[in-house]
Ligand binder design. Structure first.
Ligand code: ATP
Ligand code: MG
Length: 573
């Protein structure tokens, strides 16, 4: 938690004022029972109405003052707490934005969402409580104890028994509850994880009719959360009754011994009443403190998870003196091997490949043959585990990352659009793109065909993820978005799989005729999408097994022939 303290900096003023005001509130709260005892023992005993009115007014004033301090303190506490969590959230969000693909693989998206939402909220609450409860309880205890001692020191010896007994009882309960609370936190995480996974993929769940399956999976986790929460609550359930018993026992003891003193005249009855109030205040503070520790416990789990995110740096590091210009669109792989972060197996083995500027390369191979993996190394979405990848004759690690990604446009296999308008989405490629440039790119990717039919063309609304477009429309829009970058290299990872064959052919033709200077790498399942490429790579189990033109491969690649045959059959049969 200490590592998160700097996030409080901006709200330091509130974080300092809140406990100070809290202490003032406590002083008022402590003064009231004392003033009351004066009213009873002095005012009423002497039938001095003026004294009663005077002290009574002071009492009301103290109560009002205490209330005001309390309200302002709460407000400052909330400001500091919410501000603190907002600062953390902002920084964590920024950090996550800087993450590389391999960082994301390690954390998983749903866990990052939980950290950004629940954990940040939790920390805000704990901060707020630390500023209030953690200050109020000890001060209350100390002041009340001092007051009790000053009223009647011998009688205050009951605390010698009451406080240790309470501390021990609270201690036992806390020790028992601690592991259950930690377990509960992890159960909450499991429920959150499944909720996020399901909502992100809700359409898939529905289309596969997996609702029942998912509901059962959810029920299992939800039930286990309920049971753990119940267990946690039943453990601390005893807290309150136990404390009440201790309080009453103490009160009885005080009434017994104090009562005798009142009868003998050595103690005022008002003093006895206020003494009892102080007992309650002390024991309540102990309870508050234990509740605070419980929250602190849950907060520390959240803090650990936030710190983990903050301390993880992007695995893609930029060179100290990065190259900011890419000479040409050539690509070379030198003895490249690659394994995914959490996987022991190599996804790419010993890749050697030279691509000339302006060349069109097709990549084909069965699913899972590492086609996507291969091309992801070019814009440094991942770094090669062994060997090196170069663009324009320079190792990709030497480039300024922004330059590299601007010049290597990558249309991801799992691509998304963002909520906003079509124009806004297109501007992701280039903030300064004019409508003319956008329309031109849309024409090149054959998207203008349908965009031009909308009444509000470029202002047409895109829903979250681009869910209001068909698969093929979405693909064409994402290709246009990549073209707007005016890249030197463009990579289309299965980007026309949902586009009909005629439109696909039109896109290929545009690339060949209008965009011939751009190095184009096309991954496809259909041979027709890559047939006219200058060269075609055939991949199998992480290796390039053949390279050549369509005609060459038809002669000497059995795998290529097999794919070709199966697709021909598909067409004929
Ligand atoms: N993020 C990841 N973490 C771990 N393993 C991964 C990851 N992405 C892919 N893999 C694994 O790497 C191998 C190659 O996957 P890749 O996505 O490159 O295949 P592909 O040829 O593009 O397949 P497809 O034609 O289905 O798109 C597969 O065995 C896959 O399980
Ligand atoms: Mg792929």
């Amino acid at each position: 938690m200490r590592k998160l303290l700097p996030f409080m900096k901006k709200y330091m003023r509130y974080a300092i004022l809140c406990p100070i005001l809290m202490v003032l509130e406590v002083i008022a709260d402590i003064a009231i029972p004392y003033l009351m005892s004066l009213i009873v023992d002095v005012g009423i005993a002497n039938r001095d109405i003026n004294y009663v009115i005077k002290i009574g007014s002071i009492m009301i004033f103290a109560a009002l003052l205490g209330m005001t301090f309390g309200i302002i303190s709460s407000y400052y506490g909330a400001t500091a707490g919410f501000g603190f969590s907002a600062e953390i959230r902002k920084t964590v969000f920024k950090k996550v934005q800087s993450y590389s693909f391999s960082n994301l693989d390690k954390f998983s998206v749903s866990s990052l969402i939980t950290r950004l939402t629940n954990d940040c909220n939790m920390l805000g609450q704990v901060a707020m409580m630390s500023l209030r409860m953690a200050v109020r309880a000890p001060f209350m205890m100390i002041f009340a104890l001092i007051m009790a001692l000053s009223i009647n020191a011998p009688l205050a010896s009951v605390f010698m028994i009451a406080i240790p007994v309470t501390v021990v009882l609270l201690g036992i309960i806390m020790v028992k509850a601690r592991p259950i609370f930690i377990k509960m936190q992890s159960r909450v995480d499991r429920v959150n994880a499944i909720i996020q996974e399901n909502l992100i993929g809700i359409r898939v769940v529905k289309s596969f009719n997996r609702q029942t399956h998912e509901e059962n999976r959810f029920k299992e986790r939800n039930d286990s959360l309920r049971d753990t929460a119940l267990k946690a609550i039943s453990t601390i359930m005893f807290l309150f009754p136990v404390l009440t018993i201790v309080t009453y026992a103490t009160i009885i003891a005080v009434l017994w011994f104090g009562g005798k003193q009142v009868v003998s005249g050595s103690m005022g009855s008002g003093e006895l009443v206020s003494f009892i109030t102080y007992i309650t205040q002390i024991l309540m503070s102990l309870m508050m403190l234990s509740f605070f520790f419980m929250q602190l416990l849950r907060g520390s789990a959240s803090a650990a998870r936030i710190v983990e995110v903050l301390e993880t740096d992007s695995e893609i590091l930029e060179d100290v003196n990065p190259v900011t210009e890419i000479k040409n669109g050539s690509v070379s792989f030198n003895n490249v091997s690659f394994a995914y972060p959490l996987s022991a197996e190599k996804a790419l083995k010993n890749i050697n490949l030279e691509i000339k500027p302006g060349e069109t390369i097709g990549i084909i191979g069965s699913t899972g043959s590492s086609k996507s993996t291969l091309v992801q190394l070019i814009p440094r979405l991942y770094d090669a585990s062994e060997g090196s990848v170069s663009v324009g004759g320079v190792n990709v690690k030497k480039y300024n990352i922004k330059t590299l990604r601007d010049k290597v446009a990558f249309v991801l296999q799992k691509n998304v659009l963002f909520s906003g308008t079509i124009r806004e989405n297109m501007k992701w490629g280039n903030e300064n793109a004019t409508d003319e440039q956008i329309i031109n790119a849309l024409k090149q990717s054959q998207a203008w065909e349908f965009v031009s039919k909308y009444n509000d063309t470029l202002d047409y609304k895109v829903e979250q993820g681009g869910d209001n477009f068909s698969g093929g429309q979405k693909q064409r829009l994402t290709i246009a978005r990549a073209l707007i970058k005016s890249p030197k290299i463009i990579i289309l990872d299965d980007s026309t799989s949902a586009v009909d064959i005629t439109t696909d052919a039109k896109i290929q033709r545009t690339f060949k005729e209008e965009l011939e200077d751009i190095t184009t790498i096309i991954i496809a399942q259909r041979i027709s999408s890559i047939q006219h490429s200058d060269r075609i790579l055939v991949m199998n189990e992480g290796e390039i097994v053949s390279i050549g033109s369509h005609e060459e491969l038809m002669i000497n690649s059995p795998i290529y022939n097999e794919i070709y045959e199966s697709q021909q059959k598909g067409v004929v049969g």
